[in-house]
Design a protein. Structure first.
Length: 102
C-alpha cells in the first residue's frame, strides 16, 4: 500500500492494526487498503494467488519423480556473480523441484 499523502510505501503496524508511513507518519486502517487501492489507480495492490502463474515459461523436461514431460523454470543467481546461473525446474503435474547447474 502506498501513502495517500506522500506516495511512499507504507508498512503494516500489526499491533495497531494500521498501515503506517515511515516517511510522513500517516496511518490507514488495515482493512481500508482495498478500498483505497481501488479508488486511486496510482495505489494498486498486488494479489498473491496460490498456484502457478500462466506467465511462467515451460520447458520440455522430464520430471525425475513422476515422469511428466513439462516443467516450469526460472533462472536464479545462487552462487557468486562470476559463476553461471542455476536453472530451477518445477513439474507442472506434481510440483517436484530440481536444479540444473550450468
Amino acid at each position: 500500500m502506498f501513502c495517500p499523502k506522500c506516495k511512499r510505501l507504507m508498512r503494516p503496524d500489526t499491533a495497531a492494526r494500521r498501515w503506517r508511513c515511515s516517511a510522513c507518519g500517516a496511518t490507514v486502517p488495515l482493512g481500508a487498503a482495498r478500498e483505497i487501492g481501488r479508488s486511486d489507480p496510482a495505489q494498486r495492490e498486488v494479489a498473491v494467488v496460490d498456484g502457478k502463474s500462466s506467465t511462467l515459461p515451460t520447458a520440455a523436461e522430464t520430471c525425475p519423480k513422476c515422469g511428466n514431460g513439462e516443467a516450469y523454470w526460472v533462472l536464479r543467481q545462487t552462487r557468486g556473480a562470476d559463476e553461471p546461473e542455476t536453472r530451477i525446474f518445477e513439474c507442472t503435474k506434481c510440483g517436484h523441484k530440481w536444479r540444473e547447474y550450468q
